[in-house]
Design a binder for this molecule. Structure first.
Ligand SMILES: Cc1cc2nc3c(=O)[nH]c(=O)nc-3n(C[C@H](O)[C@H](O)[C@H](O)COP(=O)(O)OP(=O)(O)OC[C@H]3O[C@@H](n4cnc5c(N)ncnc54)[C@H](O)[C@@H]3O)c2cc1C
Length: 486
């Protein structure tokens, strides 16, 4: 009897899951396992914030529970454990007399460290470890260049890949699963057992009514969202025009959280997009979603090429000359949405309250932290890591490298594409009437839209008229915002 243990990681789905399909093909019986690693919830050594805050933890719990239900509907189950994955998996593999452990290939250090430890444990037991590359639109083996020759400029990457590589078809969802018997399924952990206090649990379980998307983890909701964004609403057909929005559910796809946890495969999105293009409409917007998914691929390949550099202040460029401030008070004002710059504060408060922030918001708050406050960008990236539901090591740290000017694009930072954001220009362009900032900063609700982005300039009489006292109801600005205006 040939048995394979399938270790689910950031591939929490049954559709387009090559590793799982191969396990079913190659074994008489398969044992699907998920392991919650307590190290995911440990605090950042300097900042004290947990690596995974409650929003993502809750999304992960929902995703794993959904996967378990889907497997149960197919006559199988998902074995759930809490512990060090290398130890737990090796033990179970021995228990079921597995010939191999199959799993998805990850890219970044903490994840590959676990793979190495597991491999070291399995080797003397004569159990194979087989890793499947499954997270990108283009398979790493189909790249038309060696990874060491990955173009540094995104456009060159895109041109090469679009010209010379093909996207592989999706793998079918398995119909039946032959489960290895006699292993206790194990209880799902809860937010309490994962260490979240009541106040944090309320944040996740009684979500703020102002949030734009009711994110629910799992493949089921991921496929619903895909269906909704394309077929039910045709929102995809106007994506290019709406994607820079700030308010509401529909200005962008909101696929990111499901993609990050692997509840949704990028190739599944692509397949549905192609079908949509042939059955409904093909235009710049339908292409633009693929374009954005290519950015996601790009950052994965960048992480593969540059390894741990993406996590260091000196970045991909290995620029040791730049010295950053390590001002914790100022950093906390940024993190808590208390800078006195409404566009920054509204975005940070949205993320703190919901676990999500738009792409436009992320570009602005990151630029502000690095370029205006001069604070170590790795602090900002660590904060995003903690708070975002869609946190993905490659996309997060890769984007932060770019914003901080330590990425691999030689044209950035003083070149033809300086990445400095004039926050006032951005705010007045993308939130012309101030609706977004007022949504998240109710203390500014009565300030006219034309004045709200420069609220620190209000006279005492205006403050009284609009019901806001600067320095009391809303903070004084941490930097002089008039530099953006005059
Ligand atoms: C500083 C910073 C940090 C970021 N951190 C993350 C992160 O941890 N996880 C994450 O998924 N995205 C991250 N992004 C990228 C982007 O902001 C989000 O993917 C996007 O806002 C998610 O919303 P959406 O799914 O509606 O995006 P859409 O606009 O609908 O885009 C569709 C998909 O394309 C991909 N995508 C779009 N833009 C980017 C980009 N710039 N880089 C990589 N992929 C992209 C995402 O998978 C996204 O779901 C970050 C951007 C910045 C500037």
């Amino acid at each position: 009897m040939n048995r394979i243990l399938y270790w689910f990681r950031n591939d929490l789905r049954l559709h387009d899951n090559e590793g799982f399909v191969r396990a079913l093909e190659n074994a008489d019986q398969v044992l699907p396992v998920f392991v919650f690693d307590p190290r995911w919830f440990t605090p950042h050594p300097r900042l004290g914030i947990s690596k995974m805050h409650v929003f993502r933890a809750n999304f992960l719990l929902e995703s794993v529970a959904d996967l378990r239900q889907s497997l149960q509907r197919k006559g199988a189950d998902l074995i759930v454990r809490v512990g060090n994955p290398a130890n737990v998996l090796a033990e179970i593999a021995v228990e079921i007399d597995a010939s191999a452990v199959y799993t998805s290939k990850e890219i970044t250090q903490e994840e590959t460290d676990v793979e190495s430890k597991l491999s070291t444990k399995l080797k003397p037991l004569n159990i194979d470890l087989k890793l499947f590359w499954m997270s990108t639109l283009y398979h790493v083996r189909d790249l038309p260049f060696e990874i060491s020759r990955l173009p540094d400029v995104f456009t060159q990457f895109r041109n090469k890949i679009e010209k010379s590589a093909e996207i592989r078809p999706v793998f079918e969802t398995p119909k039946t699963i032959r489960l290895a018997p006699d292993v206790l399924p194990g209880e799902m952990p809860t937010l309490t057992t994962l260490g979240f206090d009541e106040q944090n649990q309320i944040l996740a379980l009684q979500p703020d009514s102002r949030r734009s998307v009711p994110f629910k983890g799992g493949e089921t909701t991921a496929l619903d969202r895909l269906d909704r964004y394309l077929w039910q609403t045709d929102l995809i057909a106007t994506y290019k025009e709406t994607r820079n929005g700030l308010l509401g559910e529909d200005y962008s796809s909101k696929f990111s959280a499901w993609l990050a946890h692997g509840c949704l495969s990028p190739r599944q999105i692509y397949t549905e997009l192609k079908r949509y293009e042939s059955e409904r409409v093909r235009n710049e917007s339908t292409y633009w979603l693929v374009f954005e998914l290519l950015w996601r691929d790009f950052f994965r390949f960048v992480a593969l090429r540059y390894g741990t550099r993406i996590f260091k202040s000196s970045g991909i460029k290995h620029d040791l000359s730049k010295k950053y401030q390590h001002d914790e008070d100022l950093f906390l004002k940024w993190a808590n949405g208390q800078t006195g710059i409404p566009f920054i504060d509204a975005n940070m408060r949205e993320m703190n309250t919901t676990g999500f922030m738009s792409n436009r918001g992320r570009q602005n708050v990151s630029s502000f932290l690095v370029k205006d406050l001069d604070i170590d960008w790795t602090w900002g990236a660590a904060y995003f890591e903690s708070r975002l539901i869609d946190y993905d090591p490659c996309s997060n740290w890769g984007n932060w490298n770019y914003v901080a000017g330590v990425g691999n694009d030689p044209r950035q930072n003083g070149g033809s594409q300086p990445r400095y954001f004039n926050i006032y220009s951005q705010a007045t362009r993308y939130d012309e009437q101030g609706d977004y900032v007022k949504h998240w900063l109710p203390e500014l609700a009565q300030v006219p839209g034309s004045l709200v982005h420069l609220v620190s300039n209000l006279s005492l009489a205006q403050q009284e008229a609009y019901g806001v006292r600067l320095g009391i109801d809303y903070p004084l600005p941490v930097i002089d915002p008039t530099k953006w205006v005059f």
